[in-house]
Write a protein that binds this ligand. Structure first.
Ligand SMILES: Cc1ncc(COP(=O)(O)O)c(C=O)c1O
Length: 519
């Protein structure tokens, strides 16, 4: 094998989730990853249905030169299909550019440190030597290639574009910054822009990215690329994602909220143009290690930690953990004690649940099953839970699967959060009037599933959703609800079940709530 430069270091991953779980002494499902700069959940378009056609044809090679995908990428980026080069992630295209432009004896200019390590790795694998931070064309020396990273990983900075050529601009986080070098490729055949579906499009596991360049440059790169660099399944997922591109505004807003919570903790995050924040600290490695022992993974270096923006609930858990580790008062409200996170995936739906029983009624339900999302929100709110239930289902066939699976997922999370059910009140009941409707509910959390539901009216699936909840929560739920309006009857029923649960989950003693001594 050809020798690599003695200073060569391969890419290093953080410990995998099951290893973190083992170190932290928790279940892998409870590990929080703030180190990947990827969204916490796939987009709604990423569903088994999106790849069903490609799966049926998976015995053949990706056909047609990815024509549909090239056209969709070109339309998204405002260029033509002949400007597009496909790759298995931005990494594949960084490696392609390095070997296309550089070889033994050449020098490649890297962005100023700290930056994404793959530029150095790719240049060294091509046999070239690297010069960090030298990106101006009037500097002495002959560089065959200059890499720029905009926004830069790990700092989030959006530095000025170097004027050196040839220039490869990594825009993995372009969507969060909105600023691009793509307009340059119309006049300059020495500029290549690299982008990915791993970040804003939440397809990191699918390994798909693209480069954009002048037609002759793109043709040269394509000639040097593998014949079929992207799987047909990944190509379909990317097409589905491009048909409904994500709105990154909530991530940008949450980034600023997280940054101000970190400042309230006495830390000093740098301004960021991406979906992460870079926080200089004295002992980054030590801090990262202490967070890891609590099941939270950040990207740590000796002088900083880099935190990916997830969402308010998860980011607040990290802020709380940082406050504990640094022994400072937490600037965010503590989430409740009995807490779980679960993911339920079937061929029809994918539902992620985060549930805290001792919460403060902070509730968000978004499965797409409109009315039933609203009813589950009412139930959790009146139970006093903190609940985030997110997911996507095959709504083309109606709300049935999605509403049922959302209830099954919530019930399953409730069952897990109750653990061995030691010390809970077990029984609860409530009466809820709502305009013309009146609902009475009683629940038993003794561990046996039963649903006795008498709803005088039902907008469709209310009874079925409550029965699904009872089944997976291993609860007996009795409801009588009457009134003149379907919606009111159902909503009163869900609220009454919520109020009854609030009583039944209450912790009263250390013992098992059964005269038999077992549940
Ligand atoms: C700047 C930068 N470029 C490229 C990548 C890799 O992207 P991909 O998953 O598309 O290979 C990353 C991933 O973290 C990155 O931060």
């Amino acid at each position: 094998m050809r020798q690599l430069a003695p200073e060569f270091r391969a890419y290093e991953w953080a410990p995998p989730t099951d290893e973190v779980a083992r170190i932290a002494g928790i279940d892998p499902s409870q590990v929080l990853r703030f180190d990947q700069n990827t969204p916490p959940l796939p987009l709604p378009s990423t569903r088994p249905g999106a790849i069903a056609g490609a799966l049926a044809r998976v015995s053949g090679y990706p056909g047609g030169g990815y024509r549909r995908l090239r056209a969709a990428i070109a339309a998204y980026a405002g260029v033509e299909p002949e400007n597009v080069v496909l790759g298995a992630g931005a990494d594949d295209l960084i490696l392609l550019c390095a070997r296309a432009f550089a070889g033994p004896g050449d020098t490649v200019a890297l962005p100023p440190p700290p930056t994404y390590p793959l530029f150095r790795i790719a240049a060294q694998l091509a046999g070239a030597t690297t010069e960090p931070g030298s990106s101006r064309s009037d500097e002495p020396g002959s560089r065959v290639l200059t890499f720029a990273c905009r926004p830069n990983n790990p700092t989030g900075a959006l530095d000025a574009l170097p004027d050196a050529r040839p220039l490869v601009v990594d825009e993995a986080y372009f969507e969060y910054a909105g600023e691009s070098a793509v307009p340059l490729i119309a006049e300059d055949d020495e500029v290549v822009v690299i982008r990915t579906f791993s970040k804003a499009f939440a397809l990191a596991g699918a390994r798909i990215g693209y480069a954009l360049a002048a037609p002759e440059t793109a043709a040269e790169l394509n000639a040097r690329q593998a014949p079929a660099p992207v799987s047909s399944l990944s190509a379909e997922l990317a097409l589905a994602a491009l048909a409904a591109p994500p709105d990154v505004a909530p991530v940008v807003e949450e980034r600023e909220r997280l940054a101000s919570a970190l400042r309230a903790l006495g830390l000093d995050p740098l301004p960021s143009h991406a979906n992460f924040v870079y926080v200089p600290v004295d002992d980054g490695a030590g801090l990262g290690d202490r967070l890891l022992r609590q099941g939270m993974v950040v990207r740590a270096s000796p002088q900083a930690i880099r935190i990916s923006v997830l969402d308010r609930e998860d980011d607040d858990l990290l802020v709380e953990a940082l406050a504990r580790v640094l022994d400072r008062p937490s600037p965010v409200a503590a989430a409740g004690g009995r807490r779980v996170r679960t993911l339920r995936a079937t061929a029809e739906t994918r539902i992620a649940v985060r549930l805290a029983l001792d919460g403060a009624s902070r509730v968000r339900v978004a499965s797409g099953a409109g009315l039933y999302d609203h009813f589950l929100e009412q139930l959790a709110f009146h139970a006093g839970f903190d609940l985030v239930l997110e997911g996507a289902g095959d709504l083309e066939t109606g709300e049935h699967h999605t509403a049922e699976d959302a209830a099954l997922a919530l019930g399953g999370a409730l069952d897990r959060a109750l653990g061995d059910r030691r010390g809970i009140a077990r029984y609860g009941d409530a009466v809820v009037p709502m305009d013309d409707a009146l609902a009475r509910a009683a629940v038993d959390l003794g561990g046996r599933a039963q649903a006795e539901l008498r709803l005088e009216r039902d907008p469709g699936l209310a009874g079925h959703v409550l029965a699904s909840l009872a089944q997976s929560a291993r609860a007996a739920i009795h409801v009588e609800a009457s009134g003149r309006d379907d919606h009111h009857v159902a909503e009163a029923a869900f609220k009454a079940v919520g109020r009854a649960l609030r009583v039944a989950v209450r912790r009263e003693s250390e013992g098992l709530p059964s005269t038999k001594g077992v549940l």
